[in-house]
Each structure stands twice: as C-alpha cells, then as structure tokens.
Design a protein around this ligand. Structure first.
Ligand SMILES: *Cc1c(COP(=O)(O)O)cnc(C)c1O
Length: 462
C-alpha cells in the first residue's frame, strides 16, 4: 500500500515512510492511495478473530512493507499492556452496546493507538539507526497516553508540556509518576494555550526541528487512525454474533474527528455500518457541519467532557478529501479559505453525501450529567462524561431495527468530578490508579518561554 497527501503534492510513499513523516511534506495529511474493499465473507471471517489476530489482519492490508513476524510482535507488545483479556470488550446495558476502549495503561481510548505507535516508532528508528525527540503540549489525555506509549523505548525521548496545576489531578499524576529516563514532563507556568504556542513556535523553526529530529504524536499520524479501525470490526463481530443483525450504528464522542474517521474507513472497507453518529459537546462545529453544512469556527468553551473541547478538528481534512472527490487541489483551496474566513460552505449535493455517512448531535453539559445519572440509576453502570455524550446521541438518533454501539472512550475514574456531580459519589478506582498519589514523581517547572523550553530540549535530546 502506498500513501498520498490530501493536498495532492505527495504520493507513492511507503507505510513506513508515512509513519515517520507524520504530517505530509506539502502540509496535508497522509491517506492510503486506495482503500481495500472486503467481501461479506472476508468480514465474516475477520469478525470472528480475537483482537490481536484481527489487528494483524487489518493492519497488514495497509502495511505491506512491514514483515509479518515483526508486525505480530509489535501487536502482541502493544496490547499485552491492556488489563482486559478481550482488549476492547463489548458490554450490553439497557439496550445499547458499549465498546469499552479504556482498558489500556492510561484508561482512555488513545492507548489503543499510542501503545502501537510507540512500539512502531521504536522498531522503525532502530531499523534506520535514527533517533527521534517527541515534543507535544497536552491538556490531559493525549499527553499521558503518549508518555505511556513511549516510556522505556530505545532511540526516542519524549517531552510533554502541560499547564502547571491546570490538568485534572489524575491526568497530571498519570504523566508525572512515569520516571523512565526517556520521559520529560515540563509543567509550564501558564495556560494550555501558552504551552501549545511554545510547541508550535519550536516546530516552526525547521532547522531546529531537523537538527533535533523532532517528532509529534498527535492524531494526524496515519498509524493512529489505522490502529483504531480494528475495534470497529471487532465490535461489529461481537454484536452480530449476539443479535444476528446485518448492520449496526456506531455512536462516537468526537473532538478531533480521529476516532470517528477510523469508523469511516472501516465503513468504506465494507463493514456494514448503517450510520456513524457523531456526538459532540457544546463545541459543536462538527455537528453543525453534518446537520446544516455549517463548518464555521466558534470559540472553545469548557465542558464536563474536556477532551472534546476542540474547535479545529485536525482529521477533518481527511474526510474533506473524500467529500471533494479526492481532488487535492480542491482540498488545498478549501483549507486556505478556512484559514482566511474561518468557515466553509457546502453544496446541497455535498450535504446530502455527508448525511449518507453521518448523523450528528450536540449534547450540552447538563444533558451529559443527566445521562450519567439516568444510566446509572437504570443499570448501575457508570459512564464517563465523554462516553455519556455518545450514549445520549446514540439513544436519540439510532434507528430502531439496528443495534447501536457506543464507544466508551475513557474510564469514569479519570473524570471523577463530573461523575460525582452526576451520581453523588466517586467512581471506583481501577487497580492502576491505586496509590498513584504516593508514587515518585519526575517533573520540571519551566517558565512559559520558548527559549527556556528550547534550551531544555538541547540539554536532554537523545
Ligand atoms: C481524545 C478523546 C476523545 C476525542 O477523540 P477524537 O479522536 O479527538 O475525536 C474523546 N474522549 C476521550 C476520553 C478522549 O481522550
């Protein structure tokens, strides 16, 4: 399989090069040149497999330049860190199926992709005798999952900036209690936006970026999307076996359009997904796009589901590529228009096409907490606030005949405040969080100053 850019300036790239490139050199995002199309028989066979074998089959379709034995080992290592034997189990509660994606090391779905990406980076860097220094800013989930994916890996150091005292206590501890020598936590004396601005400025200095082999782990890396395609097949197989259904709906709590875009790829491969239900909180640019063709920038507001408090969805460009009939020039133009005007318009024909793929709902903070409360009263199952957004949208929009699978993107213990407000008590802590407050910590305070961060990188780069 070869890869091309959404902006038309890069093509013929191997899987390995696509992974190390991250963002395409023309500023676009990488996509496979064709999407493999599977028959009903293929899908039936795949959906019976255990998670690691399924991951091997799906990823192999897109990564022909990785030797099979190596890919098998990478997958075993990546999912060996999950605490549930099924990796991503499906449970049935009060009429909806819940795909639990939070059994990895940091209790959020990002582990599914970042455990794999960490192992894959290490493999490719050793093979090429190269090094990489990962730099990123986080408001919570991404940073901890990235650190968990990279800790202890050879040829790679990771530097994660978080705003000092402004992430949730659990999220901060999940980062700062990782004491491997290749992990550098920097608590920036400022806001998340300050941290983000520093990272952007450093990446903008191309000479510096090349000299220190700076890399990123944000959701623009194709390998992250690919690893997430797997669990759509997995969940479909489990639900089909339980219900005999021919089609399912998936409801996906969405911020950066990464997770739901993986579902879109699965659907294009032939997985019988009737509709993808796109669930947002009040930061609803994507829901407005699906419902009214209105893709216009709003201001970010804080909600009980902070990992979806996003207005610019970095993976949206990948979907745009298909919506604009795989025309790189048209995508380039649209992205330039969006930068200038903060909005995009879509024709009636395009809007009709979008609604063939997606349904969407924006769920506000009150509704989110009410959903956690009502679901708990009925079933005693505790939803985290992100999952609750998806469950609410799934219930409101799913079409009767066909089962709905709601993606559970985080363990409720990660978002104890919201859960407490909803059900009046703390969620139960899973074993990985027991005693986390008492573990040794490794973190440096640093001023919100680009030069200070740059100096720190120079001293600690691998
Ligand atoms: C990152 C995240 C999301 C949003 O996922 P996207 O791929 O950005 O759409 C949802 N829920 C949780 C818990 C997350 O950490």
């Amino acid at each position: 399989m070869r890869y091309q850019s959404t902006r038309g300036g890069v093509s013929g790239i191997s899987f390995k090069d696509a992974v190390l490139m991250g963002l395409a050199d023309d500023g676009g995002l990488l996509l496979p040149e064709t999407i493999p199309s599977l028959s009903e028989g293929d899908i039936d066979a795949l959906s019976r497999l255990a998670y690691p074998e399924l991951a091997f089959q799906i990823i192999s379709l897109y990564a022909g330049d990785l030797p099979s034995a190596a890919l098998k080992t990478l997958i075993e290592r990546s999912y060996g860190t999950f605490t549930h034997p099924d990796i991503t189990p499906v449970v049935h509660e009060d009429g909806v199926y819940i795909l639990e994606l939070f059994h990895g090391p940091t209790l959020a779905f990002k582990d599914v992709a970042l455990q794999f990406l960490g192992n894959l980076f290490e493999y490719l860097l050793i093979e090429r005798n190269q090094k990489m220094n990962i730099l990123g800013a986080t408001s919570g989930d991404t940073g901890s999952a990235a650190i968990a994916g990279i800790r202890g890996k050879k040829n790679i150091n990771i530097f994660i900036l978080h705003p000092q005292g402004k992430t949730s206590p659990i999220q901060e501890l999940q980062m700062t209690t990782v004491t491997d020598p290749n992990v550098f936590n920097l608590a920036v004396e400022g806001t998340f936006d300050d941290a983000q601005a520093i990272v952007k400025e450093i990446f903008g200095d191309v000479a510096f970026k090349n000299q220190y082999a700076l890399g990123a782990v944000n959701s623009i890396n194709w390998a992250r999307v690919l690893a997430q395609v797997v669990y759509y097949f997995y969940a479909f197989g489990r639900v089909q076996r339980l219900t005999g259904c021919r089609e399912v709906d998936f409801s996906v709590p969405t911020g950066n359009f990464g997770d739901i875009f993986a579902g879109y790829i699965a659907r294009r491969m032939g997985l019988p997904i009737r509709r993808l239900i796109l669930a947002t909180n009040e930061n609803n640019i994507l829901a407005r796009f699906v419902r009214h063709g209105d893709y216009s920038l709003g201001t970010v507001v804080s909600t009980p589901s902070p990992s979806m408090d996003i207005q610019i969805a970095s993976n949206f460009e990948r979907y745009l590529f298909y919506l604009l009939d795989e025309d790189g020039a048209a995508v380039t133009q649209a992205m330039a228009d969006f930068r200038t005007h903060g909005r995009l318009h879509f024709s009636d024909t395009q809007q009709a096409k979008v609604r063939e793929d997606f349904l969407a709902l924006s769920v506000d903070g009150e509704q989110t907490l009410a959903t956690i409360r009502a679901f708990h009263e009925l079933t005693s199952y505790v939803l985290d606030p992100h999952t609750a957004v998806g469950v609410r949208a799934g219930r409101d929009l799913a079409g009767g005949e066909c089962p709905v699978v709601c993606l559970a993107t985080a363990h409720p213990a990660k978002f104890g405040d919201a859960v407490r407000r909803a059900i009046g008590r703390d969620p139960q802590r899973p074993p990985s969080l027991e005693g986390i407050e008492d573990k040794p910590k490794r973190c440096e305070n640093i001023p919100a100053d680009t030069q200070a961060v740059r100096d720190y990188l120079i001293q600690n780069a691998c």
